[in-house]
Design a protein around this ligand. Structure first.
Ligand SMILES: [Fe+2]
Length: 485
């Protein structure tokens, strides 16, 4: 069970434990001569660690703080990934209080105080390395709910802070804590047959490892500048890797609704009618705008602008254009190109005008999507709970099956969603649509971090469902807070 402790209880250490520490330190000292990275050795020199008995974590923490501003916190066991990165982002490093048994002198399966102190602390005195570590942790926290992202980012941590090598005087010398505190790994590094690749984040992101076995490959930096400069494109490369499907799933023969073309009643008017009937009521449902911000006259004056735009674009005279606007027109809409340009410029979404449909609000869009895609008998629609009632009301009235998934400040609960999808699919029915409001959700106001959005896409791909993303409020936020896709 993982736990952050307030203090390190020295009564828990036996004489044998201190002897184990001294033995490990003595063996470690013999490695120094020319075998380890000079940045590591310089840090070790600054820390002046006790080699005879187990160090006092609070004392070392004070020393480290005066050198680099980092502090230490004693822990038992393994911290959760989130807690670990939260600590690193706050320039705090967790040190395990446990020390290995004498029988584990060469290799300890659990991290122990010797590994944490001698393996990792010296580099926490190095400014370039700590800048990298902090920035890396902040990126990891953005993706903390996305297991695949954390798995990929964990490879970078592993092949640098644990197993990293640096080129020095024509040799590959370890700076990674797991190599430095393992006699077997040190020997393995000197084996010419074991591949030592040049540092390459994309290569690392695709490289698996087994932390319980001797490593099959290493990655070598030329200097700590390599790590720091990799941050500029780290997130971009991460997203690139997240978008690569793990497996090839065959899809996607959606059949259309067997009820399509039968009777169809109006639900939209019902919702709007409630609003007009009780104008003083505060609606928590439909996101009713504040009328003091209305500029309806200004909107109407844009009519001439639109006519001129069409005349210039089509080469027609104004009268023909105006007659065209008044006449029956394309059912998909007549401003699709403008919408397409808007999506490209403002949302970074590329979509052809002919692939957009202009609707009279979200209700019509939902009714078209749900009725065109879902079958009442077999298909299930999942959505955040609570959420805007647009989809759920339509689905209920027209007898489509729906289910709610809880949400918190980071939007829909992805674990619950995944479990629900699996349960529904195992029951013989099928989750076909998932409705989310990822930007300023109605009514909670929550926003999904990008890691969660990518994870949702991954789930959609894996479990073969479609997503309705209702982004109505993203366009109305302050420019500096705008969420880019
Ligand atoms: Fe470690």
């Amino acid at each position: 069970m993982e736990k952050i402790l307030d203090f390190q209880d020295f009564n828990l250490y036996s004489v044998d434990d201190h002897r184990t520490w001294a033995t490990l330190c003595n063996r470690h000292r013999q490695l120094h001569a020319g075998k380890l990275a000079k940045e590591y050795l310089s840090g070790l020199d600054k820390l002046q660690l006790d080699h005879e008995s187990i160090v006092d974590i609070a004392e070392v923490s004070n020393k480290l703080k005066s050198i680099s501003g980092w502090t230490l916190v004693p822990v038992t066991g393994l911290l959760s990934t989130k807690d670990f990165f939260l600590l690193l982002a706050k320039k705090t490093y967790p040190i395990t209080v446990y020390i290995r048994k004498p029988s584990e002198m060469d290799f300890s399966e659990q991290p122990d105080i010797f590994h944490d102190v001698f393996g990792h602390l010296p580099l926490l005195t190095d400014e370039k390395f700590t800048k990298f570590l902090t920035a890396y942790s902040i990126i990891a926290l953005k993706y903390i709910n996305n297991e695949k992202a954390i798995d990929i980012l964990g490879r970078l941590y592993w092949f640098t802070y644990e197993m990293g090598l640096i080129r020095e005087d024509g040799e590959c010398k370890p700076y990674g804590g797991a190599v430095i505190t393992s006699v077997e790994e040190i020997l393995n590094v000197s084996n010419e047959k074991v591949p030592k690749h040049s540092f390459d984040v994309d290569h690392i992101f695709k490289s698996l490892f087994d932390s319980f076995k001797i490593q099959l490959e290493y990655f070598v930096i030329d200097s700590f500048d390599d790590l720091f400069s990799s941050l500029a494109t780290l997130e971009q490369k991460l997203i690139g890797n997240l978008l690569i499907p793990d497996d090839d799933f065959s899809l996607r023969n959606y059949s259309v609704n067997i009820h399509l073309g039968r009777g169809f009643n109006d639900v939209i008017g019902f919702l709007n009618g409630i609003q007009f009937q009780f104008p003083n009521a505060l609606s928590f449902v439909a996101g009713q705008p504040d009328e003091t911000f209305f500029e309806v006259d200004d909107h109407i004056s844009k009519y001439n602008l639109f006519v001129n735009y069409l005349a210039e674009k089509t080469g027609q005279d104004k009268k023909t254009v105006i007659n065209g606007i008044g006449q029956y027109n394309k059912t998909k809409g007549i401003i699709n190109e403008i919408i397409s340009d808007y999506l490209k410029n403002d949302e970074n979404i590329t979509i052809k005008p002919e692939n957009t449909i202009i609707t009279a609000g979200a209700q019509e869009a939902f009714s078209i999507i749900v009725s065109a895609i879902c079958n009442r008998e077999d298909d299930v629609i999942l959505m955040e709970n609570p959420s805007y009632i647009g989809v759920s009301s339509f689905a209920k009235i027209f007898d489509y099956k729906i289910g709610g998934i809880s949400c918190d400040e980071e939007g829909i609960n992805l674990e619950e969603l995944k479990n629900k999808v699996i349960a529904v699919n195992n029951s013989g029915k099928r989750v076909k649509l998932v409705y989310v409001i990822p930007d300023y959700q109605n009514p909670s106001g929550s926003c999904m971090p990008i890691g969660n959005r990518l994870k949702l896409l991954e789930l959609a791909y894996k479990y073969n469902f479609l997503i309705i993303e209702d982004s109505v409020y993203n366009s109305f936020t302050y420019a500096q807070k705008k969420i880019r896709r």
